[in-house]
Ligand binder design. Structure first.
Ligand code: C5P
Length: 311
């Protein structure tokens, strides 16, 4: 690995995880993707990405944090792919190279857009390091080429996503929501969950539809967790339960301990439980930890901004 050129300060970025508060999934399309309507919320669990300039044409990566040992650090890593895509479209191959350091706080393969967060962070950090002429819209467009959740990781807040989930419109959300995340011992593969979704659809066990009604957005705008709780919906929950039956127990335990709602996050296996307020979230996280139904429990709040430079 080449040592970073020390004359130029590294660029630090932090990027939040996401929860899908609503996820309506339609039938698989010819492109192999499923049309979606989803409501994203960015929550206060972060990956940190540091970009340091190295020799032109060099792209290296080191990672730390729980689960990071399972991730590749070569060209197949989404963060390296993001840096290379930015270089191709907006950088200068004669001058640009990067060493990325990623500290993972977002669970790996947890349904919280950890990989997409790193791609978003790499895009933003490299655009600053290399001083590329890219607007936030440009970065979001590049992000969509890398993964469906990358544009939202850049944007943050609360937003409705359609198509693959990458066409975003900001949504009104009042106040702060307090979540308790039950993080599983082992991740779930997103393509495997979608495959199971297709099998269940073929067997007539579920009817795919990308329609999500407005009640969820109305509740979000009202800022009332008691109203929002029962409206949380994830069409990938059944396939995730089919692949990992223990997740149902986690969700039931959370509801039994006072959560006002809960759902599998994205393609799972993280379960997100909505608390009535911050005090209830503390009680809920203590009770859930005591149950021993998951690897670890984290308390987070949302919405929070998307990828941001750190001072
Ligand atoms: O775009 P991303 O890399 O996040 O997607 C991972 C996988 O999840 C895709 O290869 C595809 O199998 C599945 N997927 C899907 N429909 C979507 C988003 C993802 O089938 N809307």
């Amino acid at each position: 690995m080449t040592a970073p050129v020390l004359t130029e300060p590294p660029v630090r970025v932090r990027v939040p995880a996401k929860i899908n508060l609503g996820l309506a999934v339609g039938p698989i399309g010819a492109d192999g993707y499923h049309p979606l309507t989803t409501v994203f919320q960015a929550v206060s669990l972060y990956d940190e990405i540091v970009a340091s300039r190295v020799e032109p044409g060099e792209f290296t990566l080191s990672m730390s944090g729980e689960g990071s040992e399972h991730l590749p650090v070569d060209d197949t890593n989404l963060a390296i792919r993001a840096a290379k895509l930015l270089l191709q479209r907006a950088g200068d191959p004669l001058f640009d190279g990067v060493h990325l350091t990623i500290r993972k706080g977002i669970p790996v393969a947890g349904g919280m857009a950890g990989g997409s967060a790193d791609a978003a962070g790499a895009l933003l950090a490299c655009s600053v390091l290399w001083d590329t002429d890219t607007t936030p819209d440009d970065l979001r467009e590049l992000g969509a080429e890398l993964g469906a959740d990358v544009p939202f990781c850049l944007m943050g807040g609360t937003a409705v996503g359609v198509r693959r989930g990458d066409q975003l419109t900001p949504a009104l959300s009042r106040g702060t929501y307090h979540w308790v995340l039950a993080i599983a011992e082992e991740g779930l593969s997103t393509p495997a969950v979608y495959r199971r979704f297709d099998e269940m659809a073929e067997a007539g066990e579920i009817t795919p539809s990308a329609d999500l009604d407005d009640t969820l957005l109305t509740a979000l705008a009202a800022g009332d967790p008691h109203r929002l709780g029962p409206l949380l919906r994830n069409d990938l929950a059944e396939p995730a339960f089919a692949l990992r039956p223990a997740l149902r127990t986690v969700l039931e335990a959370g509801l039994a301990h006072g959560a006002v709602g809960g759902l599998v996050s994205g393609s799972g296996p993280t379960v997100a439980l909505l608390a009535a307020d911050e005090t209830s979230a503390v009680d809920l996280s203590t009770a859930l930890s005591g149950e021993g139904v998951c690897r670890t429990v984290r308390r987070v709040a949302g919405p929070v901004p998307g990828a941001r430079l750190m001072s």
